[in-house]
Design a protein around this ligand. Sequence first.
Ligand code: AMP
Length: 544
Amino acid sequence: MRGLMQDWPMLVHRLIDHAALYHQGASIVSRTVEGDMHRTGYAEIRARARKLSRALTKRGIRPGDRVATLAWNTYRHVECWYGIAGMGAVYHTLNPRLFADQIAWITNHGGARALFYDNCFAPIVEAIAPKLRHVEFFVALGDEIAPIKLRKKPLVYEKLIAGPSSGNKGDFDWPALDENSACGLCYTSGTTGDPKGVLYSHRSNILTALLAGQSPGLHMGPMDRMLPVVPMFHANGWAIPFLTALSGASLVMPGPRLDGASIYQLLEEERVTITAAVPTVWMNLLQYLEDNRLKLSHLKRVCIGGAAAPRALVEQFEDKFGVEVIHAWGMTEMSPIGTMSAIKPPLDVLPRARQLDIKAKQGYPHFGIEMKITDDKGHARPRDGKAFGRLKVKGPNIARAYFKGAGREAFGKDGWFDTGDVATLDEYGYMQITDRSKDVIKSGGEWISTIEIENLAVGHPDVAEAAVIGIPHPKWNERPLLIVVPRPGTAPNVEALLAHLRGRIAKWWLPDAVVFVDDIPHTATGKILKTELRRRFVDFKFTS
Ligand code: AMP
C-alpha cells in the first residue's frame, strides 16, 4: 500500500520561492567585484533569477544544458545559480585559481554552452576562449564589459536580465522538473590525474540543505548572518546559498577580497554570526587580529573545513575570542558536507583539554551519511579511535558516478564510495582524518599520520605552517620529513620543535629531519599541495 501524501518534487528554486515569501527581512550583502557594497533581499534575488531563466530560455539554453560561472561570491552569482537551475539547466562552477588550461579543460569536459564571468576575470576568459569548444556566448556579470578581446562581444548581465517584470514575482514560471534532474556540476581539484565532474541533482541539493542544516555546525535561523568566505566555486559552495535560503539567514558575500583585514571588516560591520572557510583563511584572520589587537564582537560560530583544522586554531578561536569552532569534513563528491565536530553527550562533561582533542577531529556524520573504515581488502576495521582504514561513505547526497564515467574505481559494486581518505572512527562516531591515502607514510609496514604531526607542529608558537611528507628510507621504506614555515620574527630550532612533538606522538612517528622554508604550496582550494612538496624534496636525503 502506498502512502497518500502529495508528490512535491524537491527543486532548489523552491528554496528561493520560500525565502522570498517568508524572509523579506533577510539581507543579501555583497562586496562587489567593483569594490562597493550592494544590498538586496531574497525577493529581489528571486525576481532577477527568474528574469535570467527567461533570458537563457530565449537564447536557446535548454534543460540539462550546462552554463558555466567564473565568479566570486556576490549576489549576482547567487542569482545565476537559481536562475540557471530554476529553468532546468545546470550551473557549472569554474575555479579561477586553476591554470587557464585546466579551466578550459573543465569547461570543455562539462560541455558548457554559455559562460558567465566577473569582469575581473576578463584576462582568464580571453586566454581560454579560443580553446572552448561548446561555449556559444559569454556574459559579463555587471552593467558593463571590462576591456576584453573576444571574437564575439560578451553580453552584459544587467542588460540580459533587464525587461519587464510584474513586481517581485518576475515574469517567468519555473518549469515543473523531476527532482532527480541535474542541477549543478562541480569538478574535484584533481591534484593527481584529471579533475572529475560531480553532477548534483535538485533533490541532492535540497537534501544537503535539510540534512547538513540539521547538524549543530551549519544549523542556522533567520537571526543568523552567514559570511561564506568559501567560494561558490569550491565544492558546491558548501551548499551555503541553499542553506541560507532554507533557513532565512542573511548572506554576507565577500566578493574578491578574502584577506584578514577585509574579512574582519565584514565580520564587524555586517554583524556576521556564522562564517565558513578553509584553515588558511582563519590563520590569516587570527594573525591580523593579533597584530592589530582586535576582538570579534558579533561572531558566534566559525566553520572550518576543506583541510584539517589544527587543534591550536580551534583553541585560539574558542578560548581567546569566544567563538565556537565547528570543524567540518566533506568532499565535492558529498555535496559536500560529511561530518561536523561538535561536542555531544556524554563527552560534554570531559575536561576542556579533552574536548579540544575531540573538536580537532573531523566529527560525526549527520543523518543521511553512512560511514565505515576498511582495510585494503574491504574488511571493516574497528571503531576504536585507533585503527586506521580507508574511509568509505554512502548516502543520498553522495555521487554514485563521476560525470562521463571517469574514475570508476572509487565507486564500489557494494554502493560504497571510497573517499581516498584514511581515517579512524571512535566509539562515539567521531571520525578523524589521518591522511589522504596517497600521502600516508608507510614506515616499517606501519602507517604514520602526516596530518597529526602537522597539527601538533602548528601548535608550537614559532610555527606558522607545517607539512609532513614521506622520504624514501633504505631500512624503513619511508620516514617523515617535517617542513616548517616559521612565524614572522621567530627563528625556531630543530631540537625545540622535536621536543614539542616528543611525548605527543609515538616515538617512531618523530620526524627524522626538519627543514625551514619560506612558503608551503597550496592547491586552488586551500589544501597543502603535497605532490609539489614531494617534487621539491625529491633529492632530499636523511643524514643519519
Ligand atoms: P574537496 O572536494 O576539494 O573539498 O576535497 C575533499 C578532500 O579534502 C577530502 O577528501 C579530504 O582529504 C580533505 N578535507 C576536507 N575537509 C577536511 C578536514 N576537515 N580535515 C582534513 N581533510 C579535509
